[in-house]
Write a protein that binds this ligand. Structure first.
Ligand code: HEC
Length: 126
């Protein structure tokens, strides 16, 4: 009986801790569990920015379907909205901008910080 109970207890602990890590992923937005590491060091456009845009933005903003007249999906287009301030304003839900991604929850603090860092560093094509 004791063995069954402790086995159950261990199973519960494993379940709870795996939930914890899932939540952590949601909170920090890392592709792997743990704190936000995507925004440390230089932020790579191709490796850190594009995957997020692909997941959350390109379905509505692309060359054949530029929602709201906003084009995304190429380095030049993505850089243009970074440069004119609408990219950060919209993902940060700043006053005066349409909150993006439209109809979805706000991006994680880590995703926003990562994109802000790319913008602040001059939107390198790296
Ligand atoms: C479901 C479709 C959809 C998704 C997903 C989406 N957008 Fe938009 N976006 C729109 C529409 C439509 C507009 C036009 C303004 C409006 O209707 O709110 C817009 C407007 C914008 C603007 C202009 C905002 C302004 O205030 O000038 C920017 C910049 C933008 N989107 C960037 C993004 C980014 C970055 C993402 C991903 C994080 C994203 N969008 C995801 C549909 C979408």
């Amino acid at each position: 009986m004791k063995i069954i109970l402790s086995t159950l207890l261990i199973a519960c602990i494993i379940l709870i801790s795996s939930c914890y890590y899932d939540k952590e992923d949601l909170l920090y937005g890392g592709s792997n569990s743990g704190p936000c590491t995507d925004s440390t060091g230089a932020v790579s456009y191709s490796q850190k920015v594009v995957p997020v845009f692909q997941q959350l933005c390109y379905s509505c903003h692309n060359s054949s379907f530029p929602s709201g007249g906003i084009l995304m999906g190429t380095y030049t287009a993505d850089k243009a909205i970074g440069q004119n301030g609408t990219l950060y304003g919209s993902i940060n839900h700043s006053v005066g901008f349409s909150p993006m991604p439209k109809g979805m929850s706000k991006m994680t603090a880590c995703q926003i910080a990562t994109i802000k860092k790319w913008v602040d560093a001059g939107m390198q094509n790296n």
